[in-house]
Design a protein around this ligand. Structure first.
Ligand code: ADP
Ligand code: MG
Ligand code: MG
Length: 893
């Protein structure tokens, strides 16, 4: 096994072996771009390290030393030299980028001797000692695990003592003292002197990088982002000859996106710091300058930067996010990777790059992360209504969208409160990678320090959460959990609103408005509609939802839940009366009123979806769901008893008795769906009649309505045929009443395991199928969804018993097998059978890819996920086309 690749020999396509950073460095080196020489220790070595009880393979070290010798030849410097010492950085880098998740050590190779050599060689003692103090700090933190704050305190002290504000103003003397104090801290921490031999330093550093792979931050990141072993298994280690951005005012370090990641504008976007090194730009210790200023300050390097950006884009066909350093006027590239952008940026660059003929439409669609598009469906501040509201402060708009919530200053509390359902806005001076769990738990992030490329900004953008950074007017007192700006005080728990698109912080809960679909987004959706093969329908129960879905591109309704209509405030009372009815006659009276209400609902929904099919599902939940729960009722009765209100007590007692009668141990597997339809036939009859009459009235008005009736919870053909008789009876009645013929399809859901297994029988009666994947998943796993998500499921995922939540992404091996069986049996009888998916999986991109392959006719998703589903369906079609393996033949039209 070859364990080490120098940058001029590694295969830039092999990210799994070399990690993303290593592969990029190899690729750029071989493109003859100005990259400092270096080498990559492969991810295989990382795996071997863990397999072998955290021991490095014996043959690794000689290979490393051989490559160090190569660096010596290329740089003309010498390892541990008393004259011209070679220094290196040691950098992690896995197959996928995990920004800020692992640490890098800079200036390795420095010790008390080589620092003097560096001083002499450069005649720049400040530089040499600044490099040394950075090295000891990073080494102490990464290798020994010393708390950063200890180093920060010493540095603060030194600045105060010397009377300067910036680290770059510290003089040699101060820096010497800092280094010596830093080393003391490390020695106290480990009980050993700070390692001075570069060989020892390098060995320890390599191990530390490997260890960071299993560090808490990295593990959490992988878990949250579903990074499984087949995506990235272990980190590589990159050893890179140092170039120095801290050599004086002709030196700098910076981070640049080749296009603006906030909106996709085709103009480089980034920041740089003069006389600085490594993470300074990102860490927010000094405020960096916008990269445009380089044009005046360092024109030659700026030109090179522009040229490099163009070359990289042309090569990778994807906007890049790069790190660079200028050492005494000479420009170096230190990293490139595909730029992470928000959805607006991705959409615009997709459209632009097609126009520029850089990529094809197919690639433009494939590069989008369908899920991310949800951001574009993000809220903004309602500026009209916000006019009178008090703006408390202004910061840098770092990630768009608006959010209201309570200010929380403490990371742990933010996590706890967010997980408890509170809307939390995390307020911090700055954030660090270990704060990431709090990002997940928050609706927005506000920091007082840092720029657009600070940690908070990068992470928030990646997650699509509103974020404001560098809000320096806000004086944050982390310990007291409060912030002040002028005479305003914001305390923990106070309601605030942030506008991440503008950078404004408001006091209170400011109204927000729904977003609009931009022209670029429309273009993408048009391309996607042409590319996709399956239909996209909406789960919509109201005319409003139907209209919204249609605007977003829905081609019909795949699931219209009739019971939601009973939950509206004007219906619930009626429905309760229905359930309480003592006789069939009494029940029928209430049903007549409900029928009129349902009919008018259907008419409106069908109108909103004119020209498209609307699948109406008859009553599904168990009846007791419409009654108050017995415990609540008992409490209420007790209270009333104290007040002596006897009449109401009697009424409630009757309801209580009925609620107890209807209560079930396992309601989800109980008296619901078609089972209610069979035992209370008048309910289904009423609903079927409401659909037919709605259809008839619209037909008279010459409106193209295509309702279809869907029966839930069916497990056998006899159940379906039983309801079919009611359907036929009502159909005949309505047709003769209105004097016309109506074609209203009659179909079944497939959500009971038995239904999937006997779909060949069901197809004899059903004119369409629709998979109810929520219930089907429950049934296949025997998990009660209501319970598991709050109980063992999180732990199952943590322990990798389950890779994904099967209620979010369809379980291909289990549920998926059943789906395939059901489709093939159904279509064996009726080749053109319409088969849809209505569970929430219908809006999940990964599931959509599976369903496309399984040959469904359409998926149905909630209205705001329609654009996502359209793009995901297009991606599935494109991917399927490009890999022409023997696919289940698509027998439907
Ligand atoms: P991360 O993965 O957190 O971005 P990196 O390994 O890219 O970590 O390095 C952290 C910082 O150090 C970056 O700003 C990078 O440009 C800088 N850096 C890394 N190696 C070198 C080097 N050999 N010379 C100069 N700067 C370097
Ligand atoms: Mg880092
Ligand atoms: Mg980096």
């Amino acid at each position: 096994m070859k364990m080490v690749y120098s940058f001029d020999e590694g295969d830039g396509k092999n990210r799994k072996l070399l990690g993303g950073k290593g592969a990029g460095l190899c690729e750029m080196t071989q493109l003859k771009l100005p990259v400092p020489p270096g080498f990559t220790i492969t991810t295989e070595v990382c795996k071997a390290y863990y397999q072998n009880n955290k021991n490095l393979p014996k043959t690794l070290w000689p290979e490393v030393k051989k490559n160090i010798a190569k660096l010596e030849r290329k740089t003309g410097k010498k390892w541990n030299s008393k004259e011209n010492p070679l220094l290196v950085s040691v950098r992690s880098g896995a197959a996928i980028s995990m920004p800020g998740m692992m640490d890098t050590i800079l200036n390795l190779g420095l010790n008390d001797t080589t620092v003097e050599a560096l001083t002499k060689k450069t005649s720049n003692p400040r530089f040499a000692w600044d490099s040394y103090r950075r090295f000891v700090q990073l080494f102490g933190k990464v290798v020994f695990g010393v708390n950063d704050k200890k180093f920060d305190a010493i540095l603060e002290n030194a600045k105060n003592k010397q009377g300067v504000h910036l680290d770059s103003d510290l003089n040699e003397q101060s820096l010497r003292e800092v280094v010596s104090q830093y080393k003391d801290i490390c020695q106290k921490h480990t009980g050993q002197p700070f390692p001075s031999n570069p060989d020892d330093q390098l060995l320890l550093a390599i191990k530390a990088v490997f260890n960071s792979w299993m560090g808490e931050r990295a593990v959490v990141y992988r878990e949250k982002n579903h990074v499984t072993k087949d995506i990235a298994d272990g980190t590589a280690v990159n050893v890179v000859a140092m170039v120095f951005g801290n050599m004086g005012n002709d030196s700098a370090t910076g981070v640049v996106f080749t296009r603006n990641p906030g909106d996709g504008t085709n103009k480089i976007f980034g920041e740089y710091l003069v006389n600085a090194q490594g993470e300074d730009v990102v860490a927010g210790v000094r405020t960096p300058k916008p990269v445009d200023e380089m044009k005046n300050e360092m024109p030659k390097s700026y030109e090179l930067l522009l040229k490099t950006c163009r070359n990289l884009e042309r090569h990778y066909k994807e906007p890049q996010d790069i790190e660079f350093t200028v050492e005494r006027g000479k420009f170096y590239l230190l990293q490139t990777r595909s730029a992470k952008m928000n959805a607006a940026g991705m959409i615009k660059t997709s459209v632009d790059m097609v126009k520029e003929k850089l990529i094809t439409k197919e690639r433009a669609l494939l590069r989008l992360q369908a899920d991310q598009l949800e951001q574009l469906l993000h809220k903004t501040i309602d500026y009209e209504k916000a006019k009178g509201s008090k703006k408390a402060a202004k910061g840098i708009a770092a990630s768009p969208g608006a959010a209201s919530g309570i200010a929380v200053f403490d990371v742990k509390q933010a996590v706890a409160m967010g997980e408890n359902g509170a809307k939390v806005i995390l307020v911090r001076e700055e954030t660090k990678p270990e704060d990431v769990p709090a990002f997940f738990a928050s609706v927005g992030i506000l920091t007082s320090r840092g720029g657009k490329t600070s940690h908070a900004a990068v992470v928030a953008r990646g997650m699509g959460k509103p974020c404001i950074v560098g809000c320096s007017e806000l004086k944050i007192n982390q310990d007291a959990k409060m912030a002040t700006v002028g005479d305003i005080t914001i305390r923990q728990g106070d309601q605030i609103t942030i506008d991440g698109s503008q950078g404004d912080v408001y006091l209170g809960d400011i109204p927000t408005i729904e977003p609009q679909i931009t022209d670029n987004f429309k273009t993408i959706l048009e391309w996607a509609k042409k590319a996709k093969k399956i239909g996209i329908r909406a789960n919509a129960d109201t005319p409003d939802a139907a209209q919204l879905a249609r605007r977003y591109g829905a081609e019909g309704i795949g699931l219209c839940r009739t019971e939601r209509m009973f939950n509206a405030s004007d219906r619930l009372g009626l429905f309760v009366k229905l359930i309480m009815a003592k006789s069939v006659d009494e029940r029928k009276q209430h049903l007549e009123k409900l029928q009129e209400l349902q009919k008018s609902d259907f008419i409106q929904i069908l109108k909103a979806m004119e020209g498209y099919k609307v699948t109406i599902r008859l009553l599904d939940p168990p009846l007791h769901e419409f009654l108050p729960n017995p415990e609540e009722l008992i409490n209420k009765i007790h209270k009333l008893e104290k007040q002596g209100n006897t009449q109401e007590i009697e009424e409630l007692k009757v309801i209580l008795a009925r609620a107890k009668e209807l209560a079930e141990i396992n309601p989800m597997m109980g008296h619901r769906g078609v089972r209610v339809g069979i035992t209370y036939p008048e309910i289904y009859e009423m609903q079927i009649r409401a659909v037919f009459e709605a259809g008839a009235e619209l037909a008279k008005q010459k409106i193209n309505a295509y309702p279809q009736i869907m029966i839930p919870q069916v497990g056998s053909i006899t159940e379906l045929n039983h309801i079919r008789q009611i359907y036929e009876k009502v159909k005949a009645e309505v047709e003769s009443k209105y004097g016309l013929k109506l074609k209203i399809n009659f179909g079944t859901m497939l959500e009971v395991v038995r239904a999937c297994l006997t779909s060949g029988e069901l197809a004899s009666t059903a004119e369409f199928f629709s998979f109810g994947t929520n219930d089907l998943t429950q049934a296949v796993f025997s998990y009660s969804r209501e319970d598991v998500e709050g109980k063992f499921l999180p732990e199952y995922m943590e322990k990798e018993i389950l890779e994904r939540n099967p209620f979010q992404t369809v379980d291909v091996n289990g549920v998926g097998s059943l789906v395939k069986i059901a489709i093939s049996n159904g279509r064996a009888l009726k080749p053109g059978l319409e088969i849809g998916v209505c569970g929430e999986h219908g809006g999940d991109p990964n599931s959509i890819k599976f369903f496309h392959g399984a040959g469904v006719s359409y998926v149905s998703a909630s209205p705001h996920r329609i654009p996502i589903a359209i793009v995901a369906a297009a991606q599935a079609a494109i991917l399927n086309k490009s890999k022409p393996k023997a696919k289940a033949k698509k027998s439907h039209k």
